[in-house]
Design a protein around this ligand. Structure first.
Ligand SMILES: Nc1ncnc2c1ncn2[C@@H]1O[C@H](COP(=O)(O)OP(=O)(O)OP(=O)(O)O)[C@@H](O)[C@H]1O
Ligand SMILES: [Mg+2]
Length: 402
């Protein structure tokens, strides 16, 4: 195509009058390039995107068939129409077997010329479209192959985890039993001292967490069988209390300043309690891992998002999600850190299974894909809403009960 959007036709003919008359017939629909010999014609093919070549068979220098061969070598998708007199009709017929689109015998009818060029142009356009479609299909197949690879690895991980979780039941029961025994022991001692000891409080946490692990193991095995979460109304304050208890040892060990900004009014979300807890904990652990400076700061902010209300720093994916759920009120849970941020080219990939910048086997690159899966399974959404050298903000949107 030229700048006016007209397709280009190259006319190669040693006779000036012949070039002019062909060009005159085509100039309304095509941008005509004129060459008086095959070599000049080949030079045009180097510079211009030519759709159709009209090639005189009898010219001084290269033979018609030889010129056709060189043209096809240089521009395989270009269509070539041979111009011939009766004397070279056999050569013209032969040229078809060498890849020419067709031939016109001189003197030709102008209408014939136009319709042959139109058809040759149409054939080339279709051929290019087919090549483009084939390339697109190839790309889609490659993406699907990668996804199938990821899925089968995930399936393997799923089987392995189900096996491990199954085997975890006995040690968990043992931990729970011994924690219970120690607790009774301490209670008997504390009742004399009238004060529950710190140790008793710690044991209580160990007991509760062991019960939670057992519950998670149970629900994972159930999910493996039935494939589902159980969303239920839960106060956001309970979720945040649990998060605070569970993350306390991590933030303490890593010297992180940790803060929760709770909503002014009591809010409820509709979610499987373990799912939402795991999503937040995963985000907090990732952030704790990413922050390397001396002043590590981690914050959770929770607030209500009423339908039609503007969300601060709303991402395109969030906009799309909210527009699909216009009637639904959501609670937003933001996890903010002051770590080094995520590079823009990595942001696209962090929710892909097995994507990690941490050393393997410490990290499997499964935390965020699991978070995404869990958020979506509870009709919610998760995205990175901000990331720079100042830090990163992830936001979970989770529906409120109706
Ligand atoms: N808060 C954050 N700050 C900077 N980078 C982050 C943050 N959260 C996630 N990332 C990046 O996203 C990547 C993927 O996170 P994801 O939780 O999926 O895997 P992981 O933490 O590397 O491994 P796993 O969670 O399986 O132990 C991380 O390797 C890290 O590069
Ligand atoms: Mg992680």
């Amino acid at each position: 195509m030229d700048d006016n959007g007209k397709p280009k036709v190259l006319i190669i003919d040693d006779r000036h009058s012949s070039r002019e008359s062909v060009s005159f017939a085509l100039v309304r629909r095509y941008d005509c390039l004129l060459a008086e010999d095959a070599q000049k014609g080949l030079d045009f093919l180097d510079k211009d995107e030519v759709s159709v070549v009209i090639l005189d068979i009898r010219m001084p220098g290269l033979s018609g068939i030889e010129a056709l061969r060189l043209i096809k070598q240089k521009a395989p998708t270009v269509e070539v129409i041979m111009l011939t007199g009766y004397a070279s009709l056999d050569t013209a017929k032969q040229s078809i077997t060498h890849g020419a689109y067709g031939y016109l015998t001189k003197p030709f009818d102008l209408a014939d010329l136009r319709s042959t060029v139109d058809k040759a142009y149409e054939k080339r356009t279709q051929a290019i479209r087919i090549v483009e479609e084939r390339d697109n299909l190839k790309q889609t197949v490659n993406v699907m192959k990668r996804e199938i690879g990821n899925l089968s690895r995930l399936a393997d991980v799923g089987w392995l985890s189900a096996g491990i979780v199954h085997e975890m039941k006995s040690p968990l029961t043992a931990i729970l039993g011994y924690a219970e025994l120690m607790l009774r022991h301490l209670e008997a001692r504390d009742s004399q001292a009238m004060l529950p000891s710190e140790s008793a409080r710690y044991l209580e946490i160990i007991k509760e967490e062991t019960i939670r692990c057992a519950e998670m193991a149970k629900s994972l095995l159930e999910a493996a069988r039935s494939g589902g979460s159980r969303p239920q109304p839960i106060p956001i304050s309970r979720v945040l209390d649990n998060v605070e208890t569970l993350i306390r040892p991590q933030v303490h060990i890593n010297h992180v300043r940790f803060q929760i900004e709770r909503p002014a009014e009591p809010l409820e979300i509709l979610s499987d309690p373990d799912d939402i807890l795991q999503v937040i904990l995963n985000l907090l652990l990732n952030a704790t891992h990413a922050m390397k400076s001396d002043k590590k700061e981690l914050r959770i902010v929770a607030y209500a998002v009423e339908p039609t209300c503007d969300l601060p720093s709303c991402t395109a994916k969030e906009k799309e999600f909210l527009s699909r759920n216009q009637e639904v009120p959501f609670v937003a849970l933001e996890v903010l850190d002051n770590g080094p941020g995520i590079a823009p080219d990595q942001i696209e990939r962090i929710f892909d299974p097995f994507y990690t910048t941490n050393s393997v086997p410490d990290s499997a690159g499964l935390g965020l894909p699991i978070c995404k899966e869990k958020a979506e399974r509870n009709s919610g959404h998760i995205d990175v809403v901000k990331s720079s050298s100042e830090g990163t903000t992830f936001r979970i949107l989770i529906p409120m009960p109706k």
